[in-house]
Design a protein around this ligand. Structure first.
Ligand code: ADP
Ligand code: NI
Length: 219
């Protein structure tokens, strides 16, 4: 089985597995990340097939939905590729890429060891920004019974993955604890440019949210 066929099979598998997923990690998220990653790969000269397969498999078994097991995703990606006849080398490459993509807290280094992982990480983070990013954050927050906002809470810049994992802050807090930090952590030039516009949109959104919350625009 060549890599192109592996990509096709993986797409069909994930399209079904993640159809209708309700927290913003559905098939459409995967597909957007894949399309953005393709574009970034072209601009950066990254290996297109590794990027595509990595983007498709990046959330195959996310720690956020499996009780916090960060090794499950990389392992599931590896097992899937082997199960459809991919080589051990390809399975290992993708498994390592999947392990490097996820955000682990404001103070935790998530730099990547390959250009391909950097591209997929940027593409995934771009989908956490802008109008789509806002929608995904509230979908996730609702699914996890998070409050919209608690104006008395203090935002926390988590220095360890464990602290980040166990946080239960409001969805607005998530903007300050992750989403607004992403633009400065983009690794590719094209990613930085795309992030700037989406970041500005989120800032406008947060201004308006707070105006409405406090009734500033009622008089
Ligand atoms: P990552 O692996 O970097 O977390 P994902 O694609 O798995 O990337 O998911 C990230 C998205 O999940 C966030 O951008 C956000 O939309 C949602 N999310 C994660 N944690 C929270 C949270 N505490 N509050 C609101 N949304 C969250
Ligand atoms: Ni993702």
């Amino acid at each position: 089985m060549n890599t192109e066929q592996i990509i096709e099979k993986t797409e069909a598998y994930l399209k079904e597995k993640f159809a209708g997923e309700p927290t913003g990690h559905d098939w459409h998220h995967i597909d957007r990340v894949r399309r953005t990653a393709r574009l970034l790969a072209l601009e950066e000269g990254a290996d297109a097939q590794i990027v595509e397969l990595g983007a498709l498999l990046h959330d195959i078994d996310d720690w956020k939905f499996n009780g916090g097991d960060v090794n499950a995703g990389p392992k599931a990606a590896e097992e899937w590729i082997l199960s459809i006849g991919g080589s051990k080398a390809l399975a290992m490459t993708i498994s390592k890429l999947v392990a490097e993509v996820t955000f682990k807290g404001a103070g935790v280094d998530t730099s990547t060891s390959t250009l391909e992982a950097a591209v997929v990480q940027d593409a995934d983070r771009l989908d956490a920004l802008g109008a789509i990013g806002i929608a995904r954050a509230f979908a996730y927050g609702g699914n996890r019974s998070r409050e919209l906002w608690d104006p008395t809470e203090e935002y926390e810049l988590h220095n360890s993955f464990d602290a980040y994992k166990s946080n239960t802050s409001s969805t607005i807090a998530h903007f300050y604890e992750k989403l607004l930090l992403l633009k400065d952590r983009m690794q590719t030039q094209a990613g930085k440019e795309l992030a700037a516009e989406r970041h500005a949109f989120m800032e406008t959104y947060l201004d308006q949210f707070k105006k409405e919350w406090w009734g500033d625009n009622l008089d």
